[in-house]
Design a protein around this ligand. Sequence first.
Ligand SMILES: NC(=O)N[C@@H](CC(=O)O)C(=O)O
Ligand SMILES: [Zn+2]
Ligand SMILES: [Zn+2]
Length: 345
Amino acid sequence: MTDTLTIRRPDDWHLHLRDGAMMRAVLPESARHFARAIIMPNLVPPVVTGDDAAAYRDRIRAALPEGMAFEPLMTLYLTEETDPEDVAQAAASGLVKAVKLYPAGATTNSASGVTDFDKVRGVLERMAEIGLPLCVHGEVTDPEVDIFDREAVFIDRVLDPIRRATPGLRVVMEHITTEQGTDYVRSQADMGGTITAHHLVINRNHILVGGIRPHYYCLPVAKREEHRRALVAAATSGDAHFFLGTDSAPHVDAAKETACGCAGCFTAPNAISVLAEVFEAAGRLETLEAFASRNGPAFYGLPPNDETVTLAKGGPVDSPARIDTGDGPVTVFDPGMALHWHVTL
Ligand SMILES: NC(=O)N[C@@H](CC(=O)O)C(=O)O
Ligand SMILES: [Zn+2]
Ligand SMILES: [Zn+2]
């Protein structure tokens, strides 16, 4: 029986740190386990220009507790007004590692996102030229489309046409939740797909059966069990297209436990333990390093981390039910099963 596993230090290729008091509370939860993270730009107002990203990066660095190391990899929020030159400069200076596409209205804080894709063509062409990846929240917003179909429909209606119109554009389909997502990503060159820890564990029954569980509500919403299995197969395959993006997305409990609760699961504290449990159950612990520590940097053209972390199997991991923030308590993702893999440094 394997009871320890040493892997390169993981990175998180999709993370929400928020700002202010919330950021100060959640940042150490990510920095404890992850060396680097792609930082989502959906603040209010969003991180749109290179100057916005530099200021946000400085606030993150300033909030990092003494003695912790963590490198924020910044992104820009694509709007119909985004200037291709500003994007190119922010990429050339090394500040920005990706641009994020939110279809307007698709998810939390996406009101400034894109409605008319022709208006962002110039930016996407420039990104293809310079090799800067586009990260996409892959859901259509058409009210006629069922929420459980919005990812699959996005591939056909939006993602594939954008990629055909912009040859060479490197795209990450973020937080994939469907077999259609895994199949599409796997079959394409110049593409990566991030998968969260929580989508490897929950299906839509977990959200809805026996009472509504607001802390399992995130977007894209968890789908049927067959899709969860497709995600586990993709994540544990070792295939370089797939890598970890936790999409750890903290909201205070008051904003989740209400008549119109917002979307997002806060997984930073236990994501690595959850992954180890899932990979072990699949008999694929040996591919955890590829998924959490190697495939992401390879896609982004960065070296893997030199340091390692060791996971040790033992008694149940004692992750807190919630953490306190200056804005109020934030519930930590409950995987609904005991976790046994402790991260030791
Ligand atoms: N995943 C979510 O449900 N929520 C994210 C936004 C996002 O990644 O879509 C958030 O910012 O809260
Ligand atoms: Zn999203
Ligand atoms: Zn997200």
